[in-house]
Design a binder for this molecule. Structure first.
Ligand code: AMP
Ligand code: MN
Ligand code: MN
Ligand code: MN
Length: 283
């Protein structure tokens, strides 16, 4: 059924969100979310708390994560839903994927120091809720607080994206591994916010083709970072590739996110919702 207020993409303090899993659950429930998933970057440390809080609010829950992948020299995000959080291969894979974040963050700090922004690594650490998961978002919050930029968007534009002084190239998980970790743990792999990647038409075709070949089964169609035209475009892509469709706000923070939990249009009716594939994994 497409007419369901499902929000299957958001972040807590366990990655780069600003709210606890419990506060997110309360906010989702207050916004009318019926089926929820917390999808922290490369982390499942918040899953038990999220599932417990969801139950307390009478919301259905699917386990979630958002895995960082490198494909065709770009970073792609793969959301995993409904997997077994105790699966050891999955845990090992996520641990490996997170591992490079510490050294990378120190390099980001060094890059910013070269343009006169001192102690950014130490500054970013003050915003980190989980020492294993330092992200560019934490640097962005520090640069806003210290008055270097007006908002996090400006920080990314001026300092943290390719070609800018705080940009550090990084190799994340392979597409094959990310999809396999999720799938072998009983979950469904979903391409997150496909419109956000700077791919040529050929590269995007390759992404969807290889994703399917590895066992991927879903794509985000309605997400906080897609325009209405992009909903239509990726609904068409979902049909073309025979993928189920997902819906998620990608909410990070009340101060930074323009799409709140559960506040998105419903999925187009003719698509198969990803939760139809996960009926037996819903808690
Ligand atoms: P990382 O995994 O450390 O590379 O950080 C990626 C995160 O940075 C994403 O999940 C977003 O939360 C955030 N991000 C990326 N680009 C932007 C942007 N242009 N404006 C604000 N936040 C962004
Ligand atoms: Mn994020
Ligand atoms: Mn993402
Ligand atoms: Mn996200």
């Amino acid at each position: 059924m497409s007419i369901l207020n499902a929000d299957l993409h958001c972040h807590s303090v366990v990655s780069d969100g600003t709210m606890t899993p419990e506060d997110l659950a309360a906010r989702a429930a207050a916004n009318g979310v019926e089926l929820w998933a917390l999808t922290d970057h490369d982390e499942i440390g918040g899953q038990q708390r999220a599932a417990t809080a969801a139950r307390a609010h009478g919301m259905k829950y699917l386990t979630g994560t958002e895995i960082s992948v490198t494909f065709a020299d770009e970073t792609v995000h793969i959301v995993g839903l409904g997997f077994d959080p105790d699966d050891l291969e999955m845990q090992r894979g996520l641990h490996e994927t997170r591992d490079g974040r510490g050294p990378r963050a120190m390099e980001i700090g060094a890059g910013l120091a070269q343009v006169g922004i001192k102690d950014a690594y130490e500054g970013a650490l003050r915003y980190v809720g989980n020492p294993a998961l330092i992200s560019r978002t934490h640097f962005a919050r520090f640069l806003v607080e210290s008055g270097v930029c007006r908002d996090t968007n400006e920080v990314f534009r001026r300092f943290l994206t390719e070609g800018k002084p705080g940009y550090v190239p990084h190799r994340w998980a392979s597409l094959r591994n990310a999809v396999q970790w999720i799938t072998q743990a009983g979950g469904v792999a979903v391409i997150a916010h496909p419109a956000r990647y700077k791919f040529t038409a050929n590269e995007e075709y390759a992404l969807f083709t290889e994703f399917k070949a590895h066992g991927g089964r879903g794509v985000e169609v309605v997400t906080g970072s897609h325009t209405a035209a992009e909903y239509v475009r990726y609904a068409e892509t979902a049909r073309e590739f025979g993928l189920a469709a997902s819906r998620g706000s990608d909410f990070h923070s009340p101060d930074e996110s323009h799409t709140d939990l559960g506040q998105l249009p419903y999925l187009p009716g003719e698509l198969t919702p990803v939760w139809d594939l996960l009926a037996d994994r819903i808690q």
